[in-house]
Design a binder for this molecule. Structure first.
Ligand code: PHE
Ligand code: NA
Length: 460
């Protein structure tokens, strides 16, 4: 990566298709899979929610991922400029770049609270290593978690550590370190998840967990739940926040965008489902609430690992990997914002990384306080729907469920209706029938599905 401005070929490329898949998977697989997926599934009643979520991945997520990577590679600039370049090339309005602007703004806000949760993972590495979970009861483990949330300074410390790690990598340019890290970390994370799932099978409640996740009970699904499933599909695949556009801009010309996007999406989904299969047996076995919210994994997994032989080692490794997964995701969220600022202000990569990173860090403090000092403060409490929702809850809700789908909707309409079909066929390199399927999805199904969910929700 160099600092030369605005020549389409200025950018270094991923060293191979595999490198891109790893980086994109590193972005996709993160707290969204292991922390968020289980708790939103628990809050929204299980099976029916999972079904809608899987449907959203298939007919909205995968097509939009291809569209975003296409924009990045075709534009070869920061996401906002790429969108403008592709629009101009296709004689469409440069205003389409708003699709990426919304995404960059969402990325910025998401990183602010993502880093706070990443900090939880970091602090749990310490607890695990100190053997704090070994043989503990559910009550003691809950207390440990509430103690963390109750202390703004501890949260601030770990939030700062996490953000510093992210700034460090992004400031140096993300390719070399990232590629290597993900190659080792992803497979290890899978193995540890398998261990956790394996433990789940010994609890006697594995069947209940499978039933909870895969038996759809539509009476448990609300209109809000459908919006949350859609929003989570965006969040988990890192869509609607210009990340895949930024990563696509480093993708070699001869690589099939179609196959690559499908591979990344499948890996992300597998990790999420495995996390669900690891966590819900423990929830049921220990009489915990499936709807416990954001603390769910921090209250269940330590319990499981605490019962295992060598549990201290396993849990340390697990939270370390969760931390790494969160780290590679956070890096990818910072990247588009930094790229854009770098091109905009000419303050160099280091300067723009520090500027964006510190602004994000500052905003993160509002999320930290949401868990303690401001936990009773619900800024939109006058609306029934947002009753009791803290600043953290609202930032999460509006980014994942409003901004990401909105950015995705604009992207789908732009790519489906404004970009020449020929150029899409060339870049996506999908075989005959698959291209026709994708084209139908991105032109009709994806925009209509997102729009319907939106309008339904406004009306509800
Ligand atoms: N996709 C990531 C995850 O599931 C989260 C993320 C959000 C990554 C936003 C990048 C941007 O954890
Ligand atoms: Na994810």
């Amino acid at each position: 990566m160099t600092n030369a401005k605005s020549t389409p070929i200025r950018r270094g490329l991923w060293s191979s298709r595999m490198a891109f898949i790893l980086a994109a998977t590193g972005s996709a697989v993160g707290l969204g899979n292991i922390w968020k997926f289980p708790y939103v599934t628990g809050e929204n009643g299980g099976g029916a929610f999972v079904l809608v979520y899987l449907l959203c991945i298939a007919i909205v997520g995968i097509p939009i991922m291809m569209a975003e990577v296409f924009i990045g590679r075709n534009g070869r600039h920061n996401p906002i400029t790429s969108l403008r370049v592709v629009a101009e090339r296709n004689l469409a309005s440069p205003l389409w770049r708003i699709a990426a602007s919304v995404g960059v703004l969402a990325a910025f806000i998401i990183l602010s609270f993502y880093s706070v949760i990443g900090g939880w993972a970091a602090s749990y590495v310490g607890h695990a290593a100190a053997g704090d979970f070994t043989g503990q009861s559910a009550g003691a483990i809950n207390e440990l978690f509430s103690g963390l949330l109750a202390s703004p300074l501890t949260l601030l410390f770990w939030h700062t550590v996490f953000m510093a790690l992210v700034i460090f990598v992004v400031a140096r340019g993300l390719k070399s370190g990232l590629e290597r890290a993900v190659t080792i970390l992803m497979p290890t994370l899978l193995v540890l998840l398998l261990v956790a799932v394996g433990y789940g099978t010994t609890t006697g409640y594995f069947g209940d967990a499978v039933a909870f996740l895969f038996t759809p009970d539509f009476s448990a699904l609300t209109v809000d739940g459908v919006l949350i499933a859609l929003g989570h599909a965006f969040f988990t695949l890192s869509l609607g926040m210009a990340v895949m556009m930024a990563y696509g801009s480093y993708l070699g010309d001869n690589i099939s965008i179609g196959r690559t996007a499908v591979t990344v999406s499948i890996m992300d989904t597998v990790v999420a489902l495995m996390a669900g299969l690891a966590i819900f047996p423990l929830v049921f076995a220990n009489g915990l609430e499936a709807s416990a919210g954001p603390g769910l994994i921090f209250q269940t997994l330590p319990l499981a690992f605490g019962q295992l032989p060598m549990g201290g080692l396993f849990s340390t490794l697990f939270f370390l990997l969760l931390l790494f997964a969160a780290w590679t995701s956070a890096i990818s969220v910072l990247e588009p914002v930094v790229e854009w600022l770098e091109d905009k202000l000419f303050i160099g990569r280091m300067g723009s990384t520090l500027a964006v990173g510190s602004a994000c860090w500052l905003l993160g403090i509002a999320s930290i306080l949401s868990f303690n000092e401001w936990s009773g403060y619900a800024p939109l409490g006058m609306f029934e729907r947002f009753e009791g929702q803290t600043i953290f809850d609202l930032l999460d809700f509006f980014t994942a469920n409003v901004m990401l789908p909105l950015s995705g909707l604009l992207t789908a309409v732009f790519v489906g209706w404004c970009v020449a079909k020929k150029s899409l066929q060339n870049e996506l390199a999908l075989q005959g029938g698959s291209f026709a399927l994708w084209y139908t999805l991105i032109r009709y199904v994806t925009p209509v599905a997102v729009a319907v969910v939106f309008i339904y929700n406004l009306a509800a």
